[in-house]
Design a protein around this ligand. Sequence first.
Ligand code: N7H
Length: 469
Amino acid sequence: GLNLTDIQGDILIGMKKNKELFFFFTIINSTLFRSQLGSGILPLITPTSQLLAVDTQPTTAVNLAFSQRGLTTLDITDDLGDTAFANGQIDNVASILGDETSNWESAFAGTSIHGVFLLASDTVDNVNATLSQIQALLNGSITESYSLQGQARPADQQGHEHFGFMDGISNPAVTGFSTPLPGQQVIDPGLFLLGETGDTVTRPAWAKDGSFLAFRQLQQRVPEFNKFLVDNALSNPNLTADQNAELLGARMMGRWKSGAPVDLTPTVDDPVLAADPQRNNNFNYSHPGFDLDTDQTHCPFSAHLRKTNPRAGLNPENTANHIIRAGIPYGPEVTDAENASNVSSTDPSLERGLAFGMHSVMVKSESNDLVPPRCIVAYQSDISAGFAFLQQFWANNAGFPGGKATQPGVDPIIGTDGLGQADVPRSPSGLDPADPTRIITIEQDFVVSRGGEYFFSPSLSAIQNTLAI
Ligand code: N7H
């Protein structure tokens, strides 16, 4: 089994609280920082074991991760064996991730982020109290470079992201840790934890049971997304106009807002199915009597869910490119004025989106500087394996999944056709079940990357024995 008292809690199960602060910091006195890390900070770090039962969960769960710059600042010079991590996310910005750099938050574009504290609790007051405690312990050895306060959405939207879709349903099960639910893929721990079974890269011994954390601040243009659905509502004669707009959204996502997979319930939402963990992940896009390479009556090839995890669409089943997602919405609800104008406000205090942490072993070899193939099947298991892989070779690749009757087009939620340029029109097919070859052009991006960074979340023993002095 895995050493759950040594593995930080956010990696395998997530801290799952209604408020989560991402506090990005710069180390200005590394000796002082390292001297406070072991006796002061370490007892506050929440291991996986503490999150497993409600009665052992702390009031505020705390996790800690470092960028390459941060490790270097701490005089940790070992090579963790991951090019993307070593170079930082900014190095991936345009050619790999497709982001428009000018949309990046300046802190992510700069060089000041050495690490991040993740603080999760039921209230912002609790989060702030723990942050004050950490700052007092660190005694001026760090300064804030940026922070992002995430919060669950109110009332019946809790658990749903800002577009309105239930999130956090499909994550892989991990061998030796979780019992898989029906349909849940079972993945080796070494895909998420360094040095465990399935991690094929040589790592320094102290890095064992740490994980790479890809953080992304993804702005969501909610009024624009809603307007697009209304303007392009499908034409199922048995549905109302509103239902036809909902249907388009569900087909773009691969799930209804309730979370029910369109692969199992293609024309109507099914909230009972959505809420049933025995059934809501139990699908793989194949259906008796339907051809996996032509059938889009159940789920479009381009649906976000299918692009980022093709399930039976890749044969043999892909077990190499999986991430564990731990996102939380940030920003306020859409205002009446935004709803009325169908345009997101430019007021920074009204920005909303997903504060998105993804855990995976990111790169399996040195060659992540390949130019992404744009129109061919891009499955190559030995290049960047996690988040960057999914974004570059699946979401942003119009030809993926390959071998289909119709080219799927890029992911209609997160994909980009303009490498390094936002709002380049995208051309997914398959969204209209009445005519799967029909392309519904999307003029504008609904998700805008505001940047991010790659981090390493060390084990608790690595914090104690290697990072602290
Ligand atoms: Fe996605 N959304 O809330 O609209 N995603 N995602 N994602 N995503 C998923 O099944 C969303 C993003 C994956 O195993 C669901 O748990 C939004 C990035 C993967 O079948 C919903 C954004 C990447 C899955 C969303 C966003 C991924 C997944 C269904 C940006 C990686 C699981 C809920 C703002 C590059 C697929 C669920 C599977 C599911 C949303 C980003 C990947 C609703 C809004 C950047 C692997």
